[in-house]
Design a binder for this molecule. Sequence first.
Ligand code: ARG
Length: 285
Amino acid sequence: MTVIDTRTQTAPQRTARTRHYLMCPPQHFEVTYAINPWMNTQVPVDVERAHVQWEVLRNTYLSLGHTVELIEPMAGQPDMVFAANGGLVVGKRAYGAKFRFPERTAEGVAYGEWLSEFGIDVFQPAQINEGEGDFLALKKMILAGTGFRTSLEAHIEAANALDRPVVSLELVDPRFYHLDTAIAILDDGHGDSPAEIAYFPGAFSRHSQRTLRDLFPNAILCTEADALVLGLNSVSDGRNVVVPSAAERFSEQLRERGYNPVPVDLSEFLKSGGSVKCCTMEMHR
Ligand code: ARG
């Protein structure tokens, strides 16, 4: 009897596309306030360790052949390391960020200025939104989260600013307060293959679970255990998926689908409710 390995038989060939990222060095990273359930000002951050973990992430992108730009960190802005929140860049345009909590307001301004200086046309938002924390860009649409941070009005504003259709999704579990804690874009649909995502259904309202099922019937469904180590807060180039190392089952699921999981440990950033994707703004050029 011949044993057929269905995994190697069915897993499609994945193709990487070179990406352009913006990151912010963790110079001033700490937990001095609590604006999500992961943050506890009594739990100290190991600053040395955080710096090493962040460097490993940056070097991982570089070794995969991607470009990483850096923004100057600002004293007094401990969450600025979470570059994903600084805006949503699509092509030569960006939809600027406007943070929910006053603690992070200054970051929106700094990221907006950086993007402008970089030659990107930045739309100044009137509505509360936290950039790529809640907006995930695919070729044909932008997935947008609401419920905790980004307002529903911002979804319409972003659609107009970037001239792309937006699909609104409702987050209902405070542990998954940003869309990028509950969905990972694995393939953005720019190449020959259809868009592919992974998500944790429990983070969404019933109608949004249905939207996701209808739009992405082949999505990877992530376990709650993996979602709770922010496994979905990962960054894919279409083939290599930089994924929080604690999300072991998710890495296996990625492999089964033909992706190459690249585990990195960002445990110090988990103390602030962030991981790989949070530390990374992708400039979707
Ligand atoms: N402490 C930060 C906050 O609560 C974490 C931001 C994480 N960023 C993200 N893209 N999910 O705002």
